[in-house]
Every structure is written in C-alpha cells, then in structure tokens.
Write a protein that binds this ligand. Structure first.
Ligand SMILES: [Zn+2]
Length: 255
C-alpha cells in the first residue's frame, strides 16, 4: 500500500514547487484518488502512476484547490484509454460532496467535445456520513466537518478514514477545528494526513500530543510552511522528531 502526494499546497496563488491538494493511495493494483487540485493528473502521469488503474475518486469538498484538476483528470484518463485501446476500461466511481461538481465538470468537458463520455464506466455518488465503500480489503468512511456550512443538499465538507491491510489512515480534508477529526481518528490511527492551510505547526502539535497516532503527514500546507520552508522543517523536527513530515509534491509513503 503506497501513498503518493501529487499536490501539497493549500489554496494559494500558484507556487513554484507545489500544486493544490491531491494524493493517491495505491492498493491491490488499484489507485484511489483523494481530492483533485490543479495539475494532479499531469503530476501523477509524469511520476509513472497508471491512470487507467483509477478505481475511485473521492473529493473532500467543492473548493477549487481540491477540485480544479478534476476535468483534466477525467479527460486524461479517457485519452490514455484511447492510446491503449487494448486495455479494458475499468469502472470509476466518483464520490462528490455536492452534485453540482459533476454537472459542472461534465458540462465543461462537453463544451470541449460534445460527445465526451467515459461511457457507462463513470458512476457518481453523493457523499454522506458513513461508509462510502467497503470492497473487503479497503474501506473508506466519511465524517462531515464544518469547514463549509451545509447546503440544502446536506454537509459539503468531509474528512475520511481509510482502513486497509490492518492499517488506518485518516485524511483531514479541510476542517474548521482539528477537534472535528476526533470521530475519524477514534481509538487511534497509523497515519494522519492533516491540513495546515488554516493552522500552524504548533496547532498540529497541540492537537496530536498524546494521541495514539503513528505518523503525521503535513499536507495542504499553508503560509507558515510555504513562507519559510527550512525553518518550518526544523520546527517540525524539534517538536515531533521523526514522527511528522512536511509532504512535498511527488513524495511517496509506503505502509
Ligand atoms: Zn483547501
């Protein structure tokens, strides 16, 4: 099981070495795609990830730094399929916090090409609290947070717990308060992928101190880290030792 970070920046102006948020989890020959910030498919393909192995795409909330690369991701998958006609197209399930994202992205793709389609292979689902899917070896559970206020459709922002191979990974998405992650972490987790776009390194330390968390991966990085990366890395090292790492684009983590 391997994590690959495609974009590790919060929703800032463009940065030289960091794109907006996205990462993949590779498990059992499949790719599970979490968030789809700008350039995610470009980065993944050029890192050697096989986009024809994407099985699920899961979006935490509708903000552009988490969804801006979705149209390109779907278009690239379709193009790669055309280039490799011999490979059977696999079904892709896309889990959306609001239905409007799917309509907007498909609308854009059909402006580009009226017949754009991933055929019967693309299945949209609206995220609600609880288990999104459980294929026997990998289970993803959604927990709403209040980073965005709910709409008439329901909650619009989610954190996720991923259980696979006896390991538990928690992905914060964006949150209003770190305490909102308590239900997802539960009795503890092996890896916590935590956003720092709305918080500081010290906030992560205060929240995680004493909790049964194996490794902490700083993601969706904010100004404290972006403005002074070397100082931030030193601060993380001093506070956490080897327990925490500031993620960078292209970083992988094997579990
Ligand atoms: Zn964000």
């Amino acid at each position: 099981m391997k994590l690959c970070f495609l974009g590790t920046c919060a929703g800032t102006e463009p940065m030289p070495d960091r794109k907006h948020t996205a990462f993949t989890l590779e498990h059992d020959g499949k790719l599970y795609w979490f968030d789809a910030g700008e350039g995610c498919s470009y980065t993944a393909h050029n890192l050697g990830l096989d986009l024809l192995r994407v099985e699920k795409i899961i979006l935490s909330h509708p903000h552009i730094d988490h969804t801006g690369g979705l149209a390109n991701l779907l278009w690239t998958i379709r193009n790669l399929h055309w280039l490799k006609k011999s490979e059977k197209m696999t079904d892709i399930q896309i889990f959306l916090p609001v239905s409007g994202i799917f309509e907007a992205v498909m609308g854009l793709l059909r402006c580009n090409e009226p017949n754009f389609s991933l055929g019967p292979y693309l299945h949209p689902h609206i995220i609600q609290d609880g288990v999104l899917f459980d294929n026997g070896s990998l289970c993803v559970t959604a927990f709403h947070n209040t980073h965005m206020a709910p709409s008439e459709e329901g909650w619009r922002s989610f954190s996720f717990r991923i259980d696979a191979q006896g390991k538990r990974i928690v992905y914060s998405g964006d949150v209003k308060h770190y305490e909102e992650l308590n239900p997802a972490i539960g009795e503890g987790c092996d890896v916590l992928i935590i956003e720092t776009g709305h918080f500081g390194i010290g906030d992560v330390y205060t929240y995680t101190k004493g909790k049964p968390i194996g490794k902490i991966l700083f993601n969706h990085n904010g100004r404290e880290i972006l403005n002074a990366p070397a100082e931030a890395a030193n601060k993380v090292k001093n506070l956490f030792g080897d327990k925490a790492v500031i993620c960078y684009d292209g970083m992988t983590e094997c579990l």
